[in-house]
Write a protein that binds this ligand. Structure first.
Ligand SMILES: C[S@@+](CC[C@H](N)C(=O)[O-])C[C@H]1O[C@@H](n2cnc3c(N)ncnc32)[C@H](O)[C@@H]1O
Length: 231
């Protein structure tokens, strides 16, 4: 029988878009050596990348970086790895990282699913954040959604035993899809109890895409999952 968690062919959850400003291009050229992490398909050495070993937080699809920058500033004792494919957002975050003097941010420009699959060691990440991922509202595009059964397993195995996966969306059908997929994962447990959302985390800042959702009158749905191995 076919394993239901095996995708027929995984579709990318993003399209490359947008234009970069001169300043963003300059930031990428100048600051990549300091804050960028290159991925060549192999396991990443995050201790070397950050120059220390500290609790590790990964944000997938940080966009303009409001959340990543705010949390990195608030928690200098933790290291923040941002994964994004959108060049303008990466340029902005690199520039802000230097301006704010943040030593605890590193950036990867690559498909996050491949990074989790091949670049990150099992049980090595303390927190994964996925905030306002592209909702791909049309039925024919649902396979492009980042949250899928096989991706749930890939994320779960990188979480440390006490780790946490946090998500938020303003697109109600995607919120339901997330609950369906993640509650069904044998490797994750819904921290709110089955099929329920959590309160917004106190220190999660409002991002550009959240503001957009609010302007459109959308409700915001926060989700939290722990590894099933967690007692
Ligand atoms: C709708 S935006 C939300 C950005 C930000 N989290 C916010 O709340 O404003 C989703 C972002 O996820 C990024 N993205 C989507 N799939 C990705 C993937 N597989 N790997 C890395 N980034 C991804 C897109 O480039 C986009 O910038």
């Amino acid at each position: 029988m076919e394993d239901p968690t095996t995708p027929i062919a995984r579709q990318r959850s993003f399209v490359t878009r947008g234009r970069r400003t001169e300043a963003q291009n300059r930031a990428i050229d100048e600051l990549w050596p300091a804050y960028g992490v290159d991925f060549a398909g192999e396991r990443l050495d995050l201790d070397a990348a950050f120059g220390r070993s500290a609790p590790r937080v990964v944000e997938i699809g940080f966009g303009n970086g409001e959340n990543l920058l705010t949390l990195a500033e608030r928690h200098p004792d933790r290291d923040f790895l941002g994964i994004e494919v959108h060049g303008a957002g990466i340029g902005r975050v690199l520039g802000e990282t230097r301006m704010r003097g943040l030593g605890n941010i590193r950036i990867i420009r690559h498909d996050a699913v491949e990074i989790f699959e091949h670049g990150l060691a099992p049980a090595s990440i303390d927190e994964i954040m996925i905030y306002f991922p592209d909702p791909w509202p049309k039925a024919r595009h649902h396979r492009r959604r980042l949250v899928q059964p096989d991706v749930a397993e890939i994320l779960a195995r990188t979480l440390a035993p006490e780790g946490v996966l946090r998500l938020a969306t303003d697109w109600e059908p995607y919120a339901k899809h997330m609950i369906d997929v993640l509650d069904a994962s044998p490797s994750l447990v819904n921290a709110a109890g089955g099929a329920r959302f959590v309160r917004r985390p106190d220190d999660r800042p409002v991002t550009k895409f959240e503001q957009r959702g609010e302007r459109l009158g959308h409700s915001i749905f926060d989700l939290e999952y722990r590894p099933a191995s967690h007692p």
